[in-house]
Design a protein around this ligand. Structure first.
Ligand SMILES: [Fe+2]
Length: 224
């Protein structure tokens, strides 16, 4: 199996007080690791066993017989992005290239933050909120359940888990308070900048449309 066991790139208590150790322990060990273990059990001994995670997600999404495997594989991939979208001492206005892109696309950071919070509030049930670089521009994208921007061919710059298990211990059902905390105390703009830098380097080497989406994301997940 080419998919490595998931890891959080900091200690469980390192995001406190914005996000508690208990939230990260339960989220990582009892959700992502459970998805990972179930995914492994479903691919073991099949032709999918040798695929990198991003390619496994896309291959399963196209196969109606593999919807259960798709959901578990996508949740592993989505959470890998989510852990890297936060950092100890994070939060605040964006800097560097991502700050420039947000200013160009949204006018101001305040408008971007408002649109992000409105998008989060619009999700009924479980899902994910993403900041992505699409073929055209920076976009705020919502996906339902375990769906992922990989399937659109977009490159994820940030992921925000909107399942209640991500914030219930701290915020109960107040999703807006969770999004505020993410923006003010957790968001990792350095990660978004590294992904953008990787995209720019790849674009100089050859056209974006000629690269597999999974190739971009394999690089970005190893970058933190
Ligand atoms: Fe989650």
């Amino acid at each position: 199996m080419r998919v490595e066991s998931p890891q959080i790139p900091y200690n469980f208590a390192d995001l406190e007080p914005a996000m508690s150790r208990d939230t990260l322990v339960f989220h990582f060990l009892h959700h992502q690791r459970d998805c990972f273990d179930r995914m492994l059990s479903m691919v073991r001994g099949t032709e999918l066993e040798t695929l990198p995670l991003a390619e496994l997600v896309c291959a399963c999404e196209r196969d109606p017989e593999r919807r259960v495997l798709f959901r578990h594989a996508a949740e592993v991939w989505n959470h890998d992005l989510y852990w890297r979208s936060m950092r100890p001492g994070g939060g605040g206005a964006p800097h560097g290239l991502i700050g420039e892109h947000i200013a160009a696309r949204f006018g101001t950071y305040e408008r971007f933050a408002r649109e992000l919070k409105e998008a989060a509030a619009s999700v009924f049930g479980s899902g994910w909120l993403w900041l992505v670089q699409s073929a055209d521009d920076l976009e705020i994208v919502l996906t339902r359940d375990a769906d992922s921007p990989l399937l659109r061919g977009d490159t994820a710059l940030l992921a925000l888990d909107l399942w209640e298990h991500a914030y219930y211990l701290e915020h109960q059902n107040r999703r807006g308070a969770y999004v505020d905390t993410f923006l003010e105390e957790l968001v990792n703009w350095d990660f978004a900048n590294r992904v953008l830098a990787g995209l720019a380097a790849g674009a100089e080497a050859r056209p974006v449309h000629s690269r597999a989406v999974s190739e971009v994301h394999r690089g970005q997940l190893g970058a933190l």
